[in-house]
Design a protein around this ligand. Structure first.
Ligand SMILES: Cc1cc2nc3c(=O)[nH]c(=O)nc-3n(C[C@H](O)[C@H](O)[C@H](O)COP(=O)(O)O)c2cc1C
Length: 166
């Protein structure tokens, strides 16, 4: 079984989750940035990760899934600055699942990721009140994903592998 772990990450938070997942994958495996992946051909399973940007999948992740994931076994991992129990988050995550509609989705994981200072400062200037409130709540995201969340990501990867008999 050959497994790919690939991610788009602007500030390194989704990358941390990718590395945790990669640690847990058994067998032949590769870890790559999304921009380095031409095709999912040749992989039996691909873990694909990206952040939530403006209430939905990062454009890079959405386009990759739409263009390259059709018919492939895919497990998604998503980071977002909002806490996991934030009201309305399911709609953002559903937009990520929709982007993977042509793939065979075999797993889904999401967790909080720190909002970088530069991005928080930019969001504070936004006209969108929800974006602005994200900027104001940066301190609640500091240090995420923490070890507990990374452990959850490792467990997630093991569950997906077990499900596929890998
Ligand atoms: C332009 C922009 C918009 C964002 N919009 C959201 C959002 O709608 N909801 C949210 O929870 N986080 C939002 N975030 C925060 C990121 O999803 C979060 O910090 C993520 O962990 C960053 O991952 P990365 O370091 O891998 O890029 C946004 C970040 C940026 C840069």
């Amino acid at each position: 079984m050959k497994t790919l772990v690939t991610y788009f990450s602007q500030t390194g938070k989704t990358k941390k989750v990718a590395e945790a997942i990669y640690e847990s994958v058994e067998g032949e495996k590769e870890l790559k940035e999304l921009s380095e992946v031409e095709s999912l051909d040749g992989y039996d399973l691909s873990f694909i990760g990206f952040p939530i940007i403006a209430f939905g999948p990062a454009k890079e992740g959405k386009e990759f899934l739409e263009q390259k994931a059709a018919g492939k076994k895919v497990a998604l991992f998503i980071t977002h600055a909002a806490p996991e129990d934030q009201e309305g988050i399911e709609a953002w995550l559903d937009r990520c699942r929709e982007a993977a509609a042509s793939a065979e989705l075999v797993g889904f994981f999401d967790c909080q990721g720190e909002l970088s200072e530069a991005i928080a400062n930019a969001l504070l200037k936004s006209d969108n009140p929800m974006m602005k409130s994200f900027g104001e709540r940066r301190s609640e995201t500091l240090g995420q994903p923490d070890e507990t969340r990374l452990q959850r990501a490792r467990d997630f990867a093991r569950e997906v592998m077990a499900k596929l008999g890998g």
